[in-house]
Design a protein around this ligand. Sequence first.
Ligand SMILES: Cc1ncc(COP(=O)(O)O)c(C=O)c1O
Length: 373
Amino acid sequence: MIYFDNAATSFPKPDFVKQAVIDAIDSIGSDGRGAHEMTLRASRIVYSCRENIAKLFNAEPTRVCFTLNATMALNTAILGLINQNDHVITTVQEHNSVLRPLYKTGADLTFLPIDGKGNTKIDMLCKNLKSNTKAVVLSHVSNVTGNVIDIERVGKLCKENNLYFIVDAAQSAGVFDIDMKKMNISVLCFTGHKGLLGVQGTGGLCVAKEVEINPLVVGGSGIHSFSHTQPDEYPTRLEAGTLNAHSLAGLNASVSWLNENGFAGLREKETNLAKIFYSEICKIPEIKIYGDVLSKNHGAIVSINIANEDAGMVSDALYQDFGICTRAGAHCAPLIHKAFGTTKQGMVRFSFSHQNTEDEVRQVIEAIKQLLP
Ligand SMILES: Cc1ncc(COP(=O)(O)O)c(C=O)c1O
């Protein structure tokens, strides 16, 4: 089997991550609930994970709030800050984890368009400001094209115009540099199981100092048990219920590794594989490629179609005939497919990791050649 579906979830997980999860299952109690050794062990791991995440993103450890995934983090940020009287600027490259919470707020939405290569037209941001614009919400890296938005530039515009800046870092955390303070990010939403190399069931939001989010979920917090409302202080404010401390132990191990070793080398390896793939398949006339793959900053994602073949059929054939795992369809990002005219056909997405090899890339190129009409 060849795994080119790392934008869905990274695979395989590092051994030290697996071991950290197993050790936690064998040794910890419930974080923040009581004071015996088992709970303290859980609390130390969870706090260490907050510190590691904070270090990675230049965030405040006590304002790193854990959720099950990026989707829950984005719901918390969007529904906790935006209401129907607000105007929000977002983009057509967004995933449904941004779009659906935004639609749910009832807010007035402006979608920045893309150019022919899928690059978001950030130049149009200022022209679309209104008196009630409250926030810019966008994904750092598109999960369809791999194109990168310059979030430092957007953060500067948000600061100048006094707007919240909510960033979906699902595809960029652990891959591209993110500095919440330097980039003026109000809320950074991440998932633990992609570039951060952790297991599924982890994610969270890092909340900047001046930002106060209304909790989406309320309930058990381990503190202030007689209060009718969720405690105001972070991270408890956004963390009702028992945390997934077993999986956070894995995330703690992987993010600690990323902090110590850096990730630029991993990114270079995977984006290089994407470029090798691109530079071969772009020679095939029947292949249509979406995205600005050769640009200086690009995620290790290449989405393609073969002539007018249905993307699902191509992806199935790649797996059934060659054991190659890809992702077909709309990738939960409906507006970018509308923009590219691929709502019916979909696209076949190849997403590479530093663990893939050039040999695997060559095998997939040969497989694609065999599938040509
Ligand atoms: C750009 C983007 N945003 C959000 C998400 C949601 O992440 P999760 O499924 O971990 O909640 C994904 C997942 O693929 C994504 O690619």
